[in-house]
Design a protein around this ligand. Structure first.
Ligand SMILES: Cc1ncc(COP(=O)(O)O)c(C=O)c1O
Ligand SMILES: NCCCCNCC[C@H](N)C(=O)O
Length: 405
């Protein structure tokens, strides 16, 4: 049974786990920071759907953002259909729908353009292949640039890694196509919480591409700037962006993914079994491989935000102390030996039936979930601004079966 928009009036404890729980109040708090940054800097902010595309909460995000950006035909369509206000092109509140993909195919480009307010090509060859179609419809065209420098602690998320395919770097080649484009996109940050590092790398970009930037109308600086952190100097960032925009005469765009929903979601699970093998072990009814895949890819652990609905903040031991014999390792229920949410020093040993909620479960989770091992797919549950709870979507065997043939 698929349930959509079922309002649950009782409390969360009656809901079967696992489920992703999104908190609209926390999302709006992030939105207000983004809106302030935009107001101070003149930049426009587009939600990066690759990070978060749970459209059931877009109503509370829309008032604060200028639109969406995408990485595929499906994402640009979703942005258009669910975030766009596209019914009336003259509507001053109309949101922008940006299209970008590492590579478009010839058979999808017409449909992509039917949804896009701007299209950004990843390479000069893709630009040559498809620009005429965009120009014929007066859709502004951009090109992704690769400045060959970045702020990413992870090689897998480093767009400037050696031999990177993400954008063009050769200034002469870029200068030769300036007549075909009105803007560029540069994404070279990943969870960068240092304003100084951001500013220095923007200075590198200016050194490398300054005369090109001065001939453009808009520049998107991508995502990956962790300005949502309480200690981040937001005003300094706003000044830097404003100065950049004025110097080159360009509209600046930002593409926040993680910053839009950071801290606004948890994955709520139940302990199914406990064991002991030199340390305490607990197995929950979800899987890191299937439901919080980014943690596995980036070799990180999930923080615990509550146990049995009591708010607690339990960080994985690698963030607080060396491991100890009475620590608990929380495993997922897939067969993968390393399906590990993390190792924790808990106040009490976990028991079968305990509820454990993991934090930071909104970004790069639901967009990456998969049916490995046929493990139950977490429902998507939303705590609305008024405190009511919606079970927005449940998944069952038919969804699993339908995903395979
Ligand atoms: C082009 C582009 N824009 C925006 C983002 C969003 O980044 P983040 O979620 O780190 O803000 C990404 C991440 O992959 C990206 O590649
Ligand atoms: N917490 C570990 C890093 C997560 C990286 N986020 C997604 C990737 C990023 N948007 C990128 O590839 O630039």
């Amino acid at each position: 049974m698929n349930v959509e928009n079922t309002v649950i009036t009782s409390d969360l404890s009656s809901l079967p786990t696992p489920y992703y729980l999104l908190d609209e109040t926390a999302i709006v708090a992030n939105m207000q920071i983004i809106a302030r940054l935009c107001e101070l800097s003149g930049a426009k902010a587009l939600l990066a759907l690759k990070c978060f595309a749970t459209w059931g909460v877009f109503d509370v995000m829309q008032p604060y953002l200028h639109g969406t950006t995408s990485s595929s035909l499906n994402e640009v369509r979703l942005g258009y259909e669910t975030f766009g206000n596209n019914s009336d092109a003259n509507n001053s509140d109309k949101k922008e729908t940006h299209a970008y993909s590492v590579a478009y195919s010839a058979d999808e480009i017409d449909e992509v353009l039917s949804y896009a307010d701007k299209i950004i090509f990843n390479s000069i060859s893709q630009l040559h292949a498809f620009k005429d179609k965009a120009h014929a419809q007066d859709i502004p065209v951009g090109l992704r640039l690769n400045p060959k420098t970045s702020n990413s602690s992870f090689i897998i998320a480093d767009p400037a890694r050696p031999f990177s395919r993400l954008g063009e770097h050769d200034k002469d080649k870029i200068a030769a196509v300036l007549g075909d484009i009105t803007g560029v996109m540069i994404h070279n940050n990943c969870e960068n919480d240092s304003f100084e590092a951001f500013s220095a790398s923007l200075a590198d970009i200016e050194d490398r591409f300054g005369d090109i930037l001065a001939q453009l109308e808009w520049v998107s600086l991508g995502g990956g700037i962790h300005f949502i952190a309480p200690s981040y100097p937001l005003e300094k960032l706003a000044d830097r962006l404003k100065g950049f925009s004025e110097k080159y005469g360009v509209q600046v765009y930002l593409e926040p993914g993680e910053a839009s929903i950071h801290g606004a979601g948890t994955l709520v699970t139940t302990v199914l079994d406990t064991m002991h093998n030199d340390k305490n072990l607990a197995v929950v009814d979800a899987s890191i491989e299937a439901h919080m895949l980014d943690l596995l890819i980036y070799r990180e652990s999930a923080p615990i935000t509550s146990v049995n609905a009591e708010s607690v903040e339990v960080l994985p031991v690698e963030q607080v102390q060396q491991d100890a014999a009475d620590n608990t390792i929380i495993y997922g229920r897939s067969c993968l030996a390393g399906d590990i949410f993390g190792e924790y020093a808990l106040a009490h040993e976990l028991q079968v039936g305990d509820t454990v909620a993991f934090g930071n479960a909104a970004g790069y989770t639901m967009v990456k979930k998969n049916w490995f091992n046929g493990v139950n797919m977490p429902a998507i549950v939303i705590r609305r601004l008024d405190g009511s709870i919606d079970v927005q979507r449940e998944f069952d065997y038919q969804d699993y079966k339908a995903s395979l043939s």
